[in-house]
Design a protein around this ligand. Structure first.
Ligand code: NAD
Ligand code: LMR
Length: 328
């Protein structure tokens, strides 16, 4: 058996982690032959620490053969020590009536200390995925702290939006989900995100040749996906958890597995596709080597697509302006 992969997860006593950790421990991330060690971080407060102990007891009781160790801690340096993957889930979720950007003040500062600790103690090959909202800008904050790890190691999760859009499209077209490909989310994980239907395919055919209802594509699809998080909060009284954990599994698996398949990840922008230099924006990527992405070049957008990208870029630039003091 290969040496265990060390996976650090923050917010490990929270809702997303409760769905996520058993799946990592049973091999959903790295396959049925790859052992893992879970390094679990929670805030240094009695109740979440006690809940974390409970999560660890349950993981023990699952008797997962691939789970070669569990570390429970309130220390970022312990959680991230030698970690190969750092999954930054721990942050406050929004409540009804809030936008994700409203969380910036409370959550942004978490990512300063965690970015610094990761840079100090994680494995040289470490990859970091930010889920805690607003995830694009939190990822930028964490990456700004890194001196040793390159910023390309820091990505934020828009895979949930891609999965949401794929399901809506498959339902509208009356096809299985596997028929939908090349569907990419651009921009922010927020209602301004752009689900790029124009370059997606259904059974290999251009999507607009199959779904010809342009009002649905330009309005209903965009709004349904963009506001899905709020719809779930209104229905559950809590933000998405199982689907977020599932998307994080998809994100890490896609990023670990070299392939020509296109997927959506929020990555550092060098100024591509109309995004400002230095923000983290979701774009189409392929995985070129385990943990390494390349942005798919040369996709041209029509006026509608360019307009949508401008809106979501402007929002990301606005979020960056709000956290200037956290970027030093
Ligand atoms: P939750 O409140 O159930 O759990 C969050 C946990 O994080 C809590 O146990 C809390 O104690 C812990 N935490 C807070 N600050 C921490 C810190 N500094 N270090 C370690 N742990 C810390 O919330 P949840 O439902 O699991 O959601 C977590 C985050 O993920 C929220 O910000 C939510 O908005 C976000 N989210 C993002 C997406 C996405 O698609 N990017 C999807 C769903 C949820
Ligand atoms: C989601 O999209 O479900 C999450 O980002 C949670 C939220 O606040 O919407």
């Amino acid at each position: 058996m290969p040496a265990p992969i060390r996976v650090a997860v923050t917010g490990a006593a929270g809702q997303i982690a409760y769905s996520l950790l058993p799946r990592i421990a049973r091999g959903d991330l790295f396959g049925a032959d790859q052992p893992v060690i879970l390094q679990l971080l929670e805030v240094p407060v009695e109740k979440p620490q006690q809940a974390l102990r409970g999560v660890a007891l349950e993981l023990d009781d699952c008797a997962f053969p691939l789970l070669h160790g569990i570390v429970c801690t309130d220390s970022a340096e312990v959680a991230f020590a030698d970690a190969d993957w750092c999954l930054l889930v721990g942050a406050k979720p929004r409540g009804p009536g809030m936008e994700r950007a409203d969380l910036l003040k409370d959550n942004g500062k978490i990512f300063i200390g965690q970015g610094q600790a990761i840079d100090r103690v994680a494995s040289a090959a470490c990859r970091v995925v930010v889920v805690g909202n607003p995830c694009n800008t939190n990822c930028m904050i964490a990456a700004a702290q890194a001196k040793r790890l390159p910023r390309e190691r820091f990505t934020a999760m828009t895979r949930l939006d891609q999965n949401r859009a794929a399901t809506q499209i498959a339902k509208k077209a009356g096809v299985p989900l596997t028929a939908v490909s090349d569907l990419v989310i651009y921009g922010n994980h927020s209602p301004t995100m752009f689900s790029d239907f124009a370059h997606a395919r259904i059974n290999g055919r251009p999507l607009p040749d199959v779904i010809t209802d342009s009002a649905w594509l330009q309005t209903t699809l965009q709004t349904t996906v963009g506001k899905r998080g709020a719809e779930i909060i209104a229905a559950r009284g809590a933000s998405s958890a199982a689907s977020a954990a599932n998307a994080l599994i998809d994100h890490v698996r896609a990023l670990s597995t070299p392939s020509s398949a296109v997927h959506s990840i929020a990555v550092h922008s060098p100024g591509h596709y109309g995004f400002a230099e230095g923000i983290w924006a979701s774009v189409p990527v392929v995985t070129t080597a385990p943990g390494t992405y390349a942005v798919v070049p040369g996709i041209t957008h029509d006026e509608f697509g360019r307009g949508r990208i401008k809106i979501t870029n402007d929002e990301l630039v606005g979020e960056r302006d709000l956290v200037q003091d956290l970027l030093r």
